[in-house]
Design a protein around this ligand. Structure first.
Ligand SMILES: Nc1ncnc2c1ncn2[C@@H]1O[C@H](COP(=O)(O)OP(=O)(O)OP(=O)(O)O)[C@@H](O)[C@H]1O
Ligand code: NI
Length: 339
Protein backbone atom coordinates (compact mmCIF):
# COMPACT_ATOMS: atom_id res chain seq x y z
CA UNK A 1 0.00 0.00 0.00
CA UNK A 2 1.24 3.45 -0.88
CA UNK A 3 1.76 5.69 2.11
CA UNK A 4 -0.63 8.64 2.23
CA UNK A 5 0.96 12.03 2.76
CA UNK A 6 -1.84 14.50 2.11
CA UNK A 7 -5.50 13.70 2.38
CA UNK A 8 -7.95 16.47 1.50
CA UNK A 9 -11.44 15.48 2.58
CA UNK A 10 -14.67 17.26 1.69
CA UNK A 11 -12.89 20.58 1.53
CA UNK A 12 -15.26 23.50 1.03
CA UNK A 13 -13.81 27.01 0.88
CA UNK A 14 -16.09 30.04 0.99
CA UNK A 15 -15.66 33.74 0.31
CA UNK A 16 -17.92 36.48 1.53
CA UNK A 17 -19.06 38.61 -1.42
CA UNK A 18 -21.66 41.34 -1.95
CA UNK A 19 -24.05 38.61 -3.05
CA UNK A 20 -23.48 36.46 0.01
CA UNK A 21 -21.11 33.56 0.56
CA UNK A 22 -19.79 31.81 -2.54
CA UNK A 23 -18.13 28.41 -2.42
CA UNK A 24 -14.93 28.38 -4.48
CA UNK A 25 -14.48 24.67 -3.77
CA UNK A 26 -17.24 22.29 -2.86
CA UNK A 27 -16.41 19.10 -0.97
CA UNK A 28 -13.11 18.45 -2.70
CA UNK A 29 -11.45 15.11 -2.06
CA UNK A 30 -7.86 14.52 -3.06
CA UNK A 31 -5.14 12.22 -1.81
CA UNK A 32 -1.42 12.46 -2.45
CA UNK A 33 0.85 9.56 -1.66
CA UNK A 34 4.43 9.82 -0.53
CA UNK A 35 6.83 10.45 -3.41
CA UNK A 36 4.04 11.03 -5.89
CA UNK A 37 3.20 13.93 -8.22
CA UNK A 38 -0.46 14.76 -8.51
CA UNK A 39 -1.50 17.34 -11.08
CA UNK A 40 -4.53 19.46 -10.45
CA UNK A 41 -5.81 20.71 -13.80
CA UNK A 42 -8.72 22.81 -14.96
CA UNK A 43 -9.65 26.10 -16.60
CA UNK A 44 -8.99 29.46 -15.01
CA UNK A 45 -11.28 30.04 -12.03
CA UNK A 46 -11.95 26.36 -11.34
CA UNK A 47 -10.57 26.50 -7.79
CA UNK A 48 -7.09 25.04 -8.13
CA UNK A 49 -5.24 27.82 -6.32
CA UNK A 50 -7.95 28.13 -3.69
CA UNK A 51 -7.57 24.41 -2.92
CA UNK A 52 -3.81 24.69 -2.46
CA UNK A 53 -4.02 27.89 -0.44
CA UNK A 54 -6.54 26.20 1.83
CA UNK A 55 -4.16 23.27 2.37
CA UNK A 56 -1.51 25.77 3.46
CA UNK A 57 -4.13 27.67 5.49
CA UNK A 58 -3.10 30.79 3.59
CA UNK A 59 -6.64 31.17 2.27
CA UNK A 60 -7.63 32.87 5.51
CA UNK A 61 -5.26 35.75 4.70
CA UNK A 62 -7.01 36.17 1.36
CA UNK A 63 -10.45 36.58 2.90
CA UNK A 64 -11.51 32.95 2.47
CA UNK A 65 -12.64 30.46 5.08
CA UNK A 66 -12.66 26.70 5.27
CA UNK A 67 -16.36 25.98 5.73
CA UNK A 68 -16.21 22.23 5.77
CA UNK A 69 -13.80 19.33 5.58
CA UNK A 70 -10.28 18.67 6.72
CA UNK A 71 -6.75 18.37 5.48
CA UNK A 72 -4.83 15.37 6.74
CA UNK A 73 -1.09 15.79 6.50
CA UNK A 74 1.00 12.91 7.82
CA UNK A 75 -1.99 11.96 9.92
CA UNK A 76 -2.36 15.45 11.41
CA UNK A 77 -5.44 17.59 10.67
CA UNK A 78 -4.13 20.94 9.46
CA UNK A 79 -7.53 22.64 9.64
CA UNK A 80 -7.44 22.38 13.43
CA UNK A 81 -3.96 23.91 13.77
CA UNK A 82 -3.46 27.49 14.90
CA UNK A 83 -1.87 29.93 12.46
CA UNK A 84 1.22 29.93 14.69
CA UNK A 85 1.56 26.19 14.37
CA UNK A 86 0.95 26.51 10.64
CA UNK A 87 3.93 28.84 10.28
CA UNK A 88 6.14 26.04 11.55
CA UNK A 89 4.47 23.41 9.36
CA UNK A 90 4.64 25.60 6.29
CA UNK A 91 8.29 26.25 6.88
CA UNK A 92 9.32 22.75 7.76
CA UNK A 93 7.23 20.29 5.87
CA UNK A 94 5.30 21.98 3.12
CA UNK A 95 6.75 24.49 0.68
CA UNK A 96 4.99 26.40 -2.02
CA UNK A 97 6.18 28.03 -5.21
CA UNK A 98 4.20 30.26 -7.53
CA UNK A 99 4.01 31.46 -11.09
CA UNK A 100 6.02 34.64 -10.80
CA UNK A 101 9.48 34.08 -9.28
CA UNK A 102 10.29 37.80 -9.27
CA UNK A 103 7.48 38.60 -6.87
CA UNK A 104 8.62 35.81 -4.54
CA UNK A 105 12.12 37.25 -4.27
CA UNK A 106 13.18 40.39 -2.47
CA UNK A 107 14.95 42.73 -4.90
CA UNK A 108 17.17 44.35 -2.27
CA UNK A 109 18.84 41.19 -0.95
CA UNK A 110 21.27 38.91 -2.75
CA UNK A 111 19.98 35.45 -3.62
CA UNK A 112 22.52 34.00 -1.19
CA UNK A 113 21.12 36.11 1.65
CA UNK A 114 17.58 34.99 0.84
CA UNK A 115 18.43 31.30 0.68
CA UNK A 116 20.64 31.53 3.78
CA UNK A 117 17.83 33.23 5.68
CA UNK A 118 15.51 30.35 4.86
CA UNK A 119 18.21 27.87 5.88
CA UNK A 120 18.77 29.59 9.23
CA UNK A 121 15.06 29.70 9.85
CA UNK A 122 14.74 25.93 9.51
CA UNK A 123 18.09 24.55 10.54
CA UNK A 124 20.31 25.49 13.43
CA UNK A 125 23.18 26.84 11.40
CA UNK A 126 25.53 29.78 11.68
CA UNK A 127 25.46 32.47 9.01
CA UNK A 128 28.64 31.06 7.48
CA UNK A 129 27.28 27.52 7.34
CA UNK A 130 23.97 28.75 5.95
CA UNK A 131 25.80 30.60 3.20
CA UNK A 132 27.64 27.37 2.32
CA UNK A 133 24.31 25.56 2.23
CA UNK A 134 22.97 28.28 -0.07
CA UNK A 135 25.80 27.58 -2.52
CA UNK A 136 25.08 23.87 -2.26
CA UNK A 137 21.35 24.44 -2.90
CA UNK A 138 22.07 26.63 -5.91
CA UNK A 139 24.19 23.80 -7.32
CA UNK A 140 21.38 21.34 -6.56
CA UNK A 141 18.89 23.38 -8.55
CA UNK A 142 21.27 23.49 -11.51
CA UNK A 143 22.63 27.01 -11.35
CA UNK A 144 26.09 27.15 -12.93
CA UNK A 145 28.93 28.87 -11.05
CA UNK A 146 26.93 28.95 -7.79
CA UNK A 147 29.81 30.54 -5.85
CA UNK A 148 29.50 33.58 -8.09
CA UNK A 149 25.71 33.57 -8.49
CA UNK A 150 25.09 33.40 -4.77
CA UNK A 151 26.26 37.00 -4.44
CA UNK A 152 23.99 38.32 -7.19
CA UNK A 153 20.65 40.09 -6.90
CA UNK A 154 17.40 38.87 -8.48
CA UNK A 155 17.51 41.49 -11.27
CA UNK A 156 20.85 40.10 -12.40
CA UNK A 157 19.30 36.70 -13.10
CA UNK A 158 16.92 35.51 -15.82
CA UNK A 159 13.33 34.46 -15.02
CA UNK A 160 14.27 30.78 -15.20
CA UNK A 161 17.26 31.31 -12.89
CA UNK A 162 15.03 33.19 -10.45
CA UNK A 163 12.56 30.30 -10.40
CA UNK A 164 15.48 27.99 -9.62
CA UNK A 165 16.41 30.28 -6.72
CA UNK A 166 12.81 30.15 -5.47
CA UNK A 167 12.97 26.36 -5.64
CA UNK A 168 16.27 26.45 -3.71
CA UNK A 169 14.58 28.52 -1.00
CA UNK A 170 11.73 25.98 -0.89
CA UNK A 171 14.22 23.13 -0.55
CA UNK A 172 15.99 24.81 2.35
CA UNK A 173 13.29 23.47 4.64
CA UNK A 174 13.61 19.94 3.26
CA UNK A 175 9.87 19.69 2.52
CA UNK A 176 7.86 16.48 2.35
CA UNK A 177 5.42 18.24 0.07
CA UNK A 178 6.04 20.87 -2.56
CA UNK A 179 3.00 22.71 -3.86
CA UNK A 180 3.79 24.29 -7.20
CA UNK A 181 1.09 26.60 -8.56
CA UNK A 182 1.70 27.13 -12.29
CA UNK A 183 5.46 27.26 -11.67
CA UNK A 184 6.41 27.58 -15.33
CA UNK A 185 3.55 29.61 -16.80
CA UNK A 186 5.50 32.88 -16.74
CA UNK A 187 8.56 31.33 -18.41
CA UNK A 188 9.30 30.76 -22.07
CA UNK A 189 8.92 27.26 -23.47
CA UNK A 190 12.51 26.00 -23.31
CA UNK A 191 13.00 27.33 -19.81
CA UNK A 192 9.66 25.81 -18.84
CA UNK A 193 10.88 22.36 -19.87
CA UNK A 194 14.11 22.83 -17.92
CA UNK A 195 12.27 23.77 -14.73
CA UNK A 196 9.92 20.79 -15.09
CA UNK A 197 12.95 18.53 -15.60
CA UNK A 198 14.48 19.99 -12.48
CA UNK A 199 11.34 19.35 -10.42
CA UNK A 200 11.21 15.75 -11.64
CA UNK A 201 14.86 15.21 -10.80
CA UNK A 202 14.54 16.77 -7.35
CA UNK A 203 11.51 14.69 -6.60
CA UNK A 204 13.34 11.51 -7.53
CA UNK A 205 16.48 12.42 -5.60
CA UNK A 206 14.79 13.87 -2.51
CA UNK A 207 11.67 11.69 -2.45
CA UNK A 208 9.26 14.57 -1.91
CA UNK A 209 5.67 14.67 -3.11
CA UNK A 210 4.52 17.36 -5.50
CA UNK A 211 1.09 18.87 -5.94
CA UNK A 212 1.42 20.54 -9.31
CA UNK A 213 -1.23 22.99 -10.38
CA UNK A 214 -1.45 23.59 -14.09
CA UNK A 215 -3.99 24.44 -16.75
CA UNK A 216 -1.77 22.68 -19.28
CA UNK A 217 -2.75 19.07 -20.00
CA UNK A 218 0.60 18.55 -21.75
CA UNK A 219 2.46 19.48 -18.56
CA UNK A 220 0.17 17.22 -16.54
CA UNK A 221 0.81 14.32 -18.94
CA UNK A 222 4.52 14.73 -18.58
CA UNK A 223 4.73 15.32 -14.85
CA UNK A 224 1.85 13.59 -13.12
CA UNK A 225 1.53 10.15 -11.61
CA UNK A 226 -2.11 11.00 -11.12
CA UNK A 227 -4.34 13.76 -12.42
CA UNK A 228 -7.32 15.41 -10.81
CA UNK A 229 -9.50 17.52 -13.08
CA UNK A 230 -11.31 20.41 -11.48
CA UNK A 231 -14.34 22.23 -12.81
CA UNK A 232 -16.20 25.10 -11.10
CA UNK A 233 -15.03 24.12 -7.63
CA UNK A 234 -15.41 20.36 -7.83
CA UNK A 235 -13.13 17.52 -8.87
CA UNK A 236 -14.91 15.92 -11.81
CA UNK A 237 -12.41 13.19 -12.60
CA UNK A 238 -9.37 11.64 -11.00
CA UNK A 239 -7.09 8.79 -11.91
CA UNK A 240 -3.67 7.51 -12.94
CA UNK A 241 -2.19 9.66 -15.67
CA UNK A 242 -2.08 6.88 -18.27
CA UNK A 243 -5.72 6.04 -17.55
CA UNK A 244 -6.89 9.63 -17.84
CA UNK A 245 -5.26 10.01 -21.23
CA UNK A 246 -6.18 6.58 -22.58
CA UNK A 247 -9.68 6.63 -21.23
CA UNK A 248 -10.83 10.15 -20.34
CA UNK A 249 -14.27 9.66 -18.85
CA UNK A 250 -15.86 12.90 -17.77
CA UNK A 251 -17.16 14.91 -20.75
CA UNK A 252 -15.26 17.93 -19.42
CA UNK A 253 -11.95 16.05 -19.42
CA UNK A 254 -12.68 14.74 -22.90
CA UNK A 255 -13.31 18.30 -24.05
CA UNK A 256 -10.12 19.54 -22.42
CA UNK A 257 -8.04 16.85 -24.11
CA UNK A 258 -9.62 17.45 -27.48
CA UNK A 259 -8.80 21.12 -27.24
CA UNK A 260 -5.06 20.56 -26.82
CA UNK A 261 -3.02 20.32 -30.02
CA UNK A 262 -0.88 17.23 -30.39
CA UNK A 263 -2.42 15.22 -27.58
CA UNK A 264 -3.92 11.84 -28.24
CA UNK A 265 -7.34 12.96 -27.21
CA UNK A 266 -7.30 15.53 -30.00
CA UNK A 267 -8.59 13.77 -33.06
CA UNK A 268 -9.17 15.19 -36.49
CA UNK A 269 -7.66 18.34 -37.82
CA UNK A 270 -9.76 20.95 -36.14
CA UNK A 271 -9.27 21.60 -32.49
CA UNK A 272 -12.32 21.37 -30.37
CA UNK A 273 -13.46 24.13 -28.05
CA UNK A 274 -15.79 23.41 -25.18
CA UNK A 275 -18.87 25.53 -25.80
CA UNK A 276 -19.82 28.20 -23.29
CA UNK A 277 -17.89 29.45 -20.28
CA UNK A 278 -17.17 28.35 -16.75
CA UNK A 279 -20.12 29.57 -14.62
CA UNK A 280 -19.66 32.27 -12.02
CA UNK A 281 -19.75 31.02 -8.45
CA UNK A 282 -22.86 32.92 -7.50
CA UNK A 283 -24.77 31.53 -10.47
CA UNK A 284 -23.91 27.87 -10.47
CA UNK A 285 -26.22 25.73 -12.56
CA UNK A 286 -28.45 23.20 -10.84
CA UNK A 287 -27.47 19.55 -11.02
CA UNK A 288 -24.15 18.85 -12.65
CA UNK A 289 -22.16 22.08 -12.88
CA UNK A 290 -20.97 21.13 -16.33
CA UNK A 291 -24.38 20.30 -17.76
CA UNK A 292 -24.99 23.57 -19.70
CA UNK A 293 -21.76 22.93 -21.62
CA UNK A 294 -21.98 19.16 -21.89
CA UNK A 295 -22.57 17.61 -25.33
CA UNK A 296 -24.01 14.49 -23.66
CA UNK A 297 -26.38 16.12 -21.20
CA UNK A 298 -29.49 14.20 -20.06
CA UNK A 299 -32.47 15.23 -17.94
CA UNK A 300 -31.01 13.84 -14.72
CA UNK A 301 -27.87 16.00 -15.12
CA UNK A 302 -29.96 19.15 -15.00
CA UNK A 303 -31.58 18.39 -11.69
CA UNK A 304 -29.24 16.30 -9.57
CA UNK A 305 -25.54 16.72 -8.93
CA UNK A 306 -23.74 13.48 -9.76
CA UNK A 307 -21.71 11.75 -7.04
CA UNK A 308 -18.32 10.25 -7.83
CA UNK A 309 -18.54 6.93 -9.68
CA UNK A 310 -15.78 4.41 -10.19
CA UNK A 311 -14.74 4.07 -13.82
CA UNK A 312 -12.29 1.37 -12.80
CA UNK A 313 -10.32 0.52 -9.68
CA UNK A 314 -8.12 3.63 -9.67
CA UNK A 315 -10.14 6.01 -11.79
CA UNK A 316 -13.30 7.91 -10.94
CA UNK A 317 -15.61 10.45 -12.52
CA UNK A 318 -18.48 12.55 -11.23
CA UNK A 319 -20.83 11.93 -14.14
CA UNK A 320 -24.18 10.17 -14.26
CA UNK A 321 -22.96 8.24 -17.26
CA UNK A 322 -21.07 5.96 -14.88
CA UNK A 323 -23.99 5.16 -12.62
CA UNK A 324 -24.87 1.51 -12.93
CA UNK A 325 -28.15 0.48 -14.50
CA UNK A 326 -30.57 2.62 -16.50
CA UNK A 327 -29.39 3.64 -19.92
CA UNK A 328 -25.78 4.28 -18.85
CA UNK A 329 -24.40 1.61 -21.15
CA UNK A 330 -26.08 3.08 -24.24
CA UNK A 331 -25.03 6.53 -23.12
CA UNK A 332 -21.39 5.56 -22.87
CA UNK A 333 -21.56 4.03 -26.33
CA UNK A 334 -22.94 7.27 -27.68
CA UNK A 335 -19.99 9.07 -26.13
CA UNK A 336 -17.52 6.61 -27.69
CA UNK A 337 -19.00 7.24 -31.10
CA UNK A 338 -19.16 10.99 -30.84
CA UNK A 339 -15.70 11.64 -29.47
N1 LIG B 1 -10.60 36.60 -2.33
C1 LIG B 1 -11.59 36.11 -3.08
N2 LIG B 1 -12.87 36.58 -2.97
C2 LIG B 1 -13.87 36.10 -3.73
N3 LIG B 1 -13.72 35.09 -4.61
C3 LIG B 1 -12.49 34.59 -4.78
C4 LIG B 1 -11.36 35.06 -4.03
N4 LIG B 1 -10.26 34.34 -4.40
C5 LIG B 1 -10.69 33.47 -5.35
N5 LIG B 1 -12.00 33.61 -5.57
C6 LIG B 1 -12.83 32.85 -6.53
O1 LIG B 1 -12.58 31.48 -6.43
C7 LIG B 1 -12.62 30.88 -7.71
C8 LIG B 1 -11.44 29.97 -7.90
O2 LIG B 1 -10.26 30.74 -8.00
P1 LIG B 1 -8.82 30.08 -8.14
O3 LIG B 1 -7.84 31.17 -8.02
O4 LIG B 1 -8.68 28.94 -7.21
O5 LIG B 1 -8.86 29.53 -9.64
P2 LIG B 1 -7.73 28.73 -10.40
O6 LIG B 1 -8.31 27.42 -10.79
O7 LIG B 1 -6.49 28.71 -9.61
O8 LIG B 1 -7.59 29.62 -11.73
P3 LIG B 1 -6.28 30.17 -12.49
O9 LIG B 1 -5.92 29.07 -13.48
O10 LIG B 1 -6.76 31.39 -13.18
O11 LIG B 1 -5.21 30.43 -11.50
C9 LIG B 1 -12.70 32.01 -8.73
O12 LIG B 1 -14.01 32.05 -9.24
C10 LIG B 1 -12.41 33.24 -7.94
O13 LIG B 1 -13.17 34.31 -8.41
NI1 NI C 1 -4.68 29.62 -9.84
Amino acid sequence: MAEKLLEIRNLTVGFQTDNGVVKATDRVNLTLNKGETVCLVGESGSGKSVTSLAVMRLIEYGGGAILEGDVGFKGDDLTSRSQEEMIRIRGNKIAMIFQDPMSALNPVYSVGDQIAESVMLHQKKSKKEAWKTAVHLLRLVGIPAPEMRVKQYPHELSGGMCQRVVIAIALACDPDLLIADEPTTALDVTVQAQILDLLRKLQKDLGMSILLITHDMGVAAEMGDRIAVMYAGVIVEEGAVADIFANPSHPYTIGLLQSVPGLEGARGEELYTIRGNIPSLNQLPTGCRFHPRCPHVRERCKSTEPPVFKVNSDHQAACWMYASGGDSEAWRQELEQRS
